[in-house]
Design a protein around this ligand. Sequence first.
Ligand SMILES: [Zn+2]
Length: 357
Amino acid sequence: MSSNEDGIHSGDGEIGLFDVEKHVRYLEMMYEMLPSEYEGQEINHLTLAYFIISGLDVLGALDRVDKGRISNWVLSFQEHPENRITVNDVNFYGFYGSRTSQFLYDDTKVLRCNGSHLASTYSALSILKLIGFNMSDLDSNTIVISMKNLQQPDGSFMPINIGAEKDLRFVYCAAAICSLLNNWKGMDKEKAKEFICKCQSYDGGFGLVPGSESHGGATFCAIAALQLMGFIEANPLSNTTESSAVNVKLLLEWALQRQASDGGFQGRSNKDSDTCYAFWVCGVLKILGGQDFFDKTSLRKFLLSCQSQYGGFKKFPEMLFPDIYHSYYGFSAFSLLGEPGLKSMCVELGITAPIYL
Ligand SMILES: [Zn+2]
């Protein structure tokens, strides 16, 4: 067993370096055909595609895919109004998550159900943006104005127009959609900010809804949405006064405490470190300007222990196989750590930085 400055070892052998070529091959396989394990996630087909295509982009391998074919495929999921939308139209005209959600409930077309979803719309627009699609070719007004129907009186968003849970995930999706389309007519930003601030818990982190337990994913959604809406000041750590929209000092403390003794980040206290939180929590730290306050070397070691021998990343080191979701956030976390050869991220949008778009 040999050792060098970058490589690391575990009890049962060398774990190695970040293996770009293996990761690209893994994503190419997923791009060609998803394994049967993903059948249950068919409804999220666009989001799975976002992880794969955006992952190839982070790895600098977007030239491996046919961008024209991808844009046609993504656009085929867009819901269009039959006529010009009116004030009485309560539908959301975004993107469906998959082909099966485009089926009509009834052959008579009477019970047609609009299944456009905020998360699928975010995924669709992210893919289109990163493959260089001309976003001005989209009717952004129809998307964002119909999206207004999903914002609730408390400022939160539902993801779909037939009634569903409403929480920070969908406030984030709404803000990212407005940002990607450069059109903010679709949300009341002040109301959204009000809701987000109510989700900050006593310990500094954010829960998905007011009063719920602080969580790494919810905290990312809160801070990234505030950043996209322009509510995070240039150097938030220098201003920890009461005037800040959120308690930044407490949030910083909570986020730093999520780095566990194995070097990885956990989503909640007393939980195991998990690959994806390296992006969710370190992304928050990056937006706050606190990216130099945690132990990067030990995080890198933890992430490498989750790197799969087949390419991609596993959720936990002891798991046998990688999955698309944790692979994407593993690549994104390595980008945040400054891995050579990887594109840098626009953290708040969850895709590569605009310089590459
Ligand atoms: Zn995870």
